[in-house]
Write a protein that binds this ligand. Structure first.
Ligand code: XIL
Length: 330
């Protein structure tokens, strides 16, 4: 397969992947695929609170993120930041459970959140062009706002999102500020899409500086057939609000696809092609990032398993680093 980044550049787009300090960073062949195919990269976990803030304040841990960013810089690969705030309770570091919030919990929550955003933004290279500011504030199934240690203390999720974006904008005047969520044309529900639209509408009405919606794009196969129309209508609503789009975590969840590898790879490629074609109708979309390049390092291997126990294949390169039909499709 020819370099995917070249195909992307021809459309004035970028292509990239997540990588992480464990296996992928230690695998020269994986890094070789990144050099060949990617002009943008993102840390899979190393910029999350779970890593940077693994230990209670005042400690910030920079080493893992720095390792990845330095490699990208040396290879002239752009970077996007994932993520300043992941609004899922289980994703908060353990120390939150016993944190001393003092007598004014709202003030302390505001201080903790703004301190994190300011410190991380000031410490980061100024050329990070795109930032996931808030991730997954809306429940996948109900579409309601989630409840988290911050939302409970700051008077609800909308206040958290507003505070996070306003703080980020003050530090990052020109970067693309992204609200990122677990969405694609079939992950997860109509309720979820409605909830995300409501959040974006309410934020923009208040002048909150959100530039783009991040479409994680953990796409489920098989398709039921009606996805294109619903998805186009959704993307039109988003872009009509004046927002840009970015595909931040593309992979194909193949647990319900065929067992036979040739058949399955074709199904994955067909899904990828149809999904990207629908998204590419919107020229507000400039980036496509996969959530990994090689099957064995994919989070999908452990997220949920196939009933037959076979390895999942919803990324563009096989374990021998050869491109699959999905790479061709992209
Ligand atoms: C996942 C990582 O891939 C895993 O290694 C980690 O254990 C959990 O998080 N949505 C996101 C990503 O925004 O941060 C998640 O990444 C996958 C779903």
């Amino acid at each position: 397969v020819s370099p995917i980044k070249a195909a992307a550049s021809a459309k004035n787009m970028r292509f990239g992947t997540a990588f992480f300090t464990g296996d992928t960073y230690l695998d020269n062949a994986y890094l070789g695929l990144m050099q060949e195919h990617c002009n943008v990269a993102v840390s899979e976990n190393e910029h999350k609170w779970g890593d940077i803030r693994r230990n209670p304040p005042p400690e910030y841990r920079w080493q893992n993120g720095d390792t990845l960013v330095l490699w990208a810089q040396q290879n002239m690969i752009d970077y996007r930041f994932h993520v300043l705030l992941w609004e899922v309770e289980e994703r908060y570091p353990d120390w939150f459970a016993s944190y001393n919030w003092g007598t004014n919990e709202a003030a302390e929550a505001e201080r903790l959140l703004t301190d994190h955003i300011e410190t991380v933004a000031r410490r980061s290279p100024s050329d990070f062009y795109s930032w996931d500011v808030v991730n997954e504030a809306v429940d996948n199934t109900s579409g309601a706002y989630r409840e988290t240690p911050f939302s409970r203390r700051l008077g609800g999720m909308e206040n958290v999102v507003e505070l996070a974006f306003r703080t980020a904008r003050a530090e990052l005047p020109t970067a693309q500020l992204v609200y990122n969520d677990f969405m694609s044309w079939n992950s997860w529900s109509e309720n979820h899409r409605t909830g995300v639209l409501r959040l974006l509408e309410n934020m923009l009405a208040k002048g909150v500086p959100i530039d783009a919606l991040g479409l994680q794009s953990h796409v489920w196969g098989p398709r039921s057939g009606g996805e294109e129309a619903t998805w186009r209508a959704f993307l039109k609503e988003v872009t009509d609000m004046g927002l840009e789009l970015t595909i931040t975590e593309l992979d194909i969840e193949d647990q319900q696809l065929s067992a036979d590898i040739e058949t399955r790879d074709q199904e994955i490629a067909d899904t990828t092609k149809a999904y990207l074609e629908a998204c590419f109708e919107f020229d507000q979309l400039r980036d496509v990032l996969c959530w990994g390049l090689v099957h064995r390092y994919s989070w999908l291997q452990t997220f949920q398993q196939r009933a037959d126990g076979l390895q999942k294949r919803g990324l563009p390169f096989a374990d021998d680093y050869r491109p699959t039909l999905m790479a061709e499709a992209i």
